[in-house]
Design a protein around this ligand. Sequence first.
Ligand SMILES: Nc1nc2c(c(=O)[nH]1)N[C@H]1C(S)=C(S)[C@@H](COP(=O)(O)OP(=O)(O)OC[C@H]3O[C@@H](n4cnc5c(=O)[nH]c(N)nc54)[C@H](O)[C@@H]3O)O[C@H]1N2
Ligand SMILES: Nc1nc2c(c(=O)[nH]1)N[C@H]1C(S)=C(S)[C@@H](COP(=O)(O)OP(=O)(O)OC[C@H]3O[C@@H](n4cnc5c(=O)[nH]c(N)nc54)[C@H](O)[C@@H]3O)O[C@H]1N2
Ligand code: SF4
Ligand SMILES: [Mo]
Length: 679
Amino acid sequence: MSGELRVLGACPLDCPDGCSWVVTVEDGEAVKLRGNPDHPYTRGALCVKVNRYLEHARAEDRILYPMRRTGPKGSGRFERISWDEALDEISARLRGIVEEHGGEAIWPYQGTGSLGYLQGCEGAAGRRFWNVLGASKHWLNICSSAGNSGLTLANGTPGGMDTEDFALSRLILLWGTNPLTSGHHLWKFVQEARANGAYVVAIDPIRTRTADQADEHLAIRPGTDAALALGLLNVVLAEGAQDEEYLAEHTEGWETFREEILAHPVERVAEITGIPAGAVHSLGMRLARTRPTAIRATMGIQRHEGGGTAVRTINAIAAVTGDWRHPGGGVAYSTSGHVHLNIDPRDDLLARPVRTLTMTRLGSELAPERDSVKCLWVYGANPLGSTSDTGAIRRGLAREDLFTVVMEHFPTDTVDYADIVLPATMQIEHADLHAGYGHMYLQWNEPAVEPPGECLSTTETFRRLARHMGMTEPSLYDSDLELAEQLLASDHPSMEGVTLDRLRKEGWVRMNYPKPFTPFAEGFPRRSGRTRFPSRGKAYVPSLSAREAGRGPYPLTLITPAAHMFLNTTFANNPELRRRAKDPVVLVNPADATARGLESGRLARVHNDGGEFLAVVEVSDRVARGVVASPKGHWPKHVPGGANPNAVVREADADLGRGAVYHDNLVEVTPCPADGAGS
Ligand SMILES: Nc1nc2c(c(=O)[nH]1)N[C@H]1C(S)=C(S)[C@@H](COP(=O)(O)OP(=O)(O)OC[C@H]3O[C@@H](n4cnc5c(=O)[nH]c(N)nc54)[C@H](O)[C@@H]3O)O[C@H]1N2
Ligand SMILES: Nc1nc2c(c(=O)[nH]1)N[C@H]1C(S)=C(S)[C@@H](COP(=O)(O)OP(=O)(O)OC[C@H]3O[C@@H](n4cnc5c(=O)[nH]c(N)nc54)[C@H](O)[C@@H]3O)O[C@H]1N2
Ligand code: SF4
Ligand SMILES: [Mo]
């Protein structure tokens, strides 16, 4: 390659914004990365993290060659080997495990490192290979599954509003979401609405940077959101502002749900949620009087025991007010439900049905006494940083009889426990197809540069491994472009006119939906055509923290939200982003701090029966009494004590979808006697 080239691509990260980007390539080197100015959602901007993507791809600690472990598990000591040696060893070990223990003893543990439909989790990369081998299936429940399940039960799909239509809203509720950190491109549309007079309310136990920018902030008690939704609807009914026609035509279960609402008057809701009755009432009045109202609830709100129901009951608001019929009205959780690519899990390749293993149960599944998993194959994931109960995971990964393979870019804590490490390509080096779960576009990512060292893409790694193992199933060898064509061969009307040619030429294509988009103005994609309200006693499921906080040895609710400078644990090894992120902190309300002798700037232990981590105290009224907060993302091996907040996160499930409970754990915070001395 010579001269300057502009290559269109897409951000692969687990972020609703699904940015489209432009890579400038000079003499085969990527020299510039910018947001695509033509993309209606990205509009030329990336974010503080991904602005460093090129630097990250060239980082000194990038894994460039296959490696075999030479030290004890966890030591991170490796020797370089050839791909042939790696494939030989892997083939022999996999064959041995299948013969002795059956294919289900293999756990293909894929995370959200890339959301690609070819290389990442959205397309379950590698699934064909695993099916031929008869490996266990993998339930990716750490991110959005509780909310997805709640919405699918209600509406038949997790899809809702087009977020661009927030520009048309008159009242915007940012409910359990922190877009200025976790997906800032929404903000343009919020600001547009504001310029036209819209009122913006943030509902979040933490006064986040989003809450700072809102017209009003309601510091709700964690895990009580469904009760607030019922209280707001109570005011709507009192005002007679429900949309009777919409209720009659497009809903089911209204009579019962109405009783649930009537059982939640403002005073009762104020008691449950900790929000003053006057504030609940005045927001209820606004909701009653303002059409269209748009509600943005994202994943934060459902990382609780009652999280699936919370999203479902909030979703019910738009059916009671009839907001679904108005452009700029409704609820936006994720647009993923509007993506209708032709995804075939290829279960036909399985010789017999296999079990499904759940991501948040990694620790207990790997426990020596369980003897259930003999090979853990990690890709696009960093479970020792991201998954619940990292103490249990660490004990499991240390098992001598466990064969662990990790495909990675960087030497994470998880890599330190691998038997074999395989070097993976980054986004500028491979092809992929993307959606965005916060917008309505599909994107194509064209490889811009050659992979460094001996890095291989996920698809190519599985092709080579299949060949090495002598597998004969032809579809294992489909090329990336063939895979993309198969995904796009969908006869859903939203895919009409969306072709690979167009995507490769234009970089992005809007799925075939009207603009503005009122997905449920005429009904819902369920057999009855109606949305189903929660049934009796099912409209509010209190979380653990809502039930138990303030009592017992662990009275404080810990929330572990998105960090501004990292994306999950991705980028947490970038020196500049790490510097800006500062040491791990725990926010503590002044009253709670005084009661415990905690001071700003001093190290404290955050602990419960499951484990502990250390963090620097920041005494702050950003959190209410009883709530403490410590962002996710730091690599355990980088921080004092060698653990991040997931050391105290339980393996418990949310009420729906087996969702994870990252924001629903009880802890105590204790000053460290020897400040700064580590554990
Ligand atoms: N910078 C950055 N961006 C990210 C990520 C990141 O790590 N860093 N992560 C990405 C990923 S993987 C995802 S899934 C999305 C998630 O994006 P978000 O949904 O924004 O995720 P969270 O930060 O977990 O939670 C959002 C807010 O919910 C609040 N919250 C917690 N519990 C409750 C509750 O009970 N009620 C209410 N009302 N609010 C509550 C938290 O305090 C937090 O401010 O963001 C993506 N974007
Ligand atoms: N405490 C707490 N923990 C949380 C959350 C929380 O709110 N609080 N949120 C949870 C959520 S929403 C999510 S989505 C999870 C994410 O958890 P994980 O899925 O484990 O994601 P990451 O921690 O970002 O680690 C992804 C890894 O994949 C690698 N990677 C990226 N792209 C590729 C690729 O193309 N190929 C290969 N082989 N590797 C790649 C990256 O280098 C990175 O090390 O974290 C969860 N953990
Ligand atoms: S992380 Fe989100 S905001 Fe940043 S570039 Fe990727 S998609 Fe865009
Ligand atoms: Mo996520």
